[in-house]
Design a protein around this ligand. Sequence first.
Ligand code: GLN
Length: 545
Amino acid sequence: MAKRRTYVFIAGGVMSGVGKGVASASLGAILKSRGLKVTAVKIDPYINVDAGTMNPVEHGEVFVTRDGDETDQDIGNYERFLDEDILKVNYMTTGRVYLSVIQRERSLGYGGKTVEVVPHVPQEVISRIQSAAKHHDADVTIIEIGGTVGEYQNVLFLEAARMMKIATPGDVLVGLVSYFPVPSAIGEMKTKPTQYAVRTLNSAGIQPDFIIGRSTHPIDEPRKKKLAVQCSVGQDDIISAPDMRSVYEVPLVMEQEGLAVQVIKKLKLRAQKPDLKSWKKLVSSIEHSQKPIRIGIVGKYSASGDFNLTDAYISVLESVKHAAWSIGRKPEIIWVDAGTLEQPKFRSQNTKVLGKLDGILVPGGFGSRGVEGKILAAKYAREHKVPYLGLCYGMQLACVEFARNVLHLKGAHTTEIDPLTSHPIIHLMNEQEEKMKNKTYGGSMRLGSYICRLKSESMARKLYGESAIEERHRHRYEFNPDYRKALEAKGMIITGESPDGTLAEIVELQKHPFFIGTQAHPEFLSRPFKPHPLFLGFLKAAAKR
Ligand code: GLN
């Protein structure tokens, strides 16, 4: 007999950005803690086929899966909270759904039928959700519908939820994550916006099974009572989820509010007693990490202030936190704007900023803005022996810096910025060159997991504790092997390379407490219970300062 599969849709009410992703991931975590197999699907309403072509200022981080999909940052939340790999099958966008419907139509896949928006588009959505559930052999699949109810763009996804619920009512739940404002002038929590959101959901033919209430404050009894009556939801099905100091407290809050118990009861699932020991340990280690450690992240995307910045680098930020907490230190992140850093008039002021850091991290990036600032940061770290971790662009630019200032190769650069440089330290391989000529930009970088061989007696080898590792990638440019000998002769060693020896994956500086650049994105592999070895090594070195 086929295994029974159940589904929990999560929709958003009132406004975006209230933490649907963390709520979905937390529900997954507390269900998983009961021995259930859980996976999570994200649906994004935009036309882009993936998140790879979007500006991070608009969209936040592009999270890369093991199998090379460029997805939304919520997939990162699922991986961190569920401690499971989430794959391409778990992600869809409006563009991706329509593309497959149209391709299927073109190959006569609908057998001569008129192909219509309804039901064929929601049917495609459903079949994708079912594939993800099957692929992961999940008892429960959580499906987060991007955006907010009432938006034109996610109507077809709500329709998919409705159709699934009608077909197998006992196996499908819909939860609404909604926002409860506490306007300062009124000084009282208001439930009306959520009542409207539920009405909107009702008009799409859906009655929510539970409501998760996001707010600055907990939802009190009188409001839960009122909402229950107004929205036809049981009082036990209104889950209070106030702001927490750390997102990793959310699973415990939801457990306390009885969310998992209600979901299990409604879906009639057979589950074990919850084991939340590791979550409790994590939260207590966060609370006990008091002594600050100052890590500077030299990036850009700060155009609309700090808010976008943190979103564009969320996995990097989380990785720093995981490693810091694991050594009992409180991470203090200093956002250093690479664009400001490179302006000569700010230079002395900026070196002062860098001088106060325990560690300098240059994350991934694209394009010319801030490049010289990042190179400056790498130079500062090299010369002043400040622990340095370079991720992707941060590795490439550290090589450029070394070539310019140690090998004295004037004008050395990456061809991404200076295509005519006389010293192309970082360049495009032929295959990528072709893609660029044909304007094949979408989903065409080196993406996903690649094996890397580590040199014995290297720092990387010591940190990873293995001779071959796998890391996720997202870049077009590569280190130019013509310069390998020169770099190594002066102390910048390639300590990680592709199995065939053609690609440089990790570089290390000798005679430095910690200076590592990796062509990969280790931030996609760090988990709260398993900090990433490179981040851990970096934080330990920073802690020694
Ligand atoms: N822009 C660089 C490249 O495409 C680095 C990319 C990145 O940091 N993710 O190779």
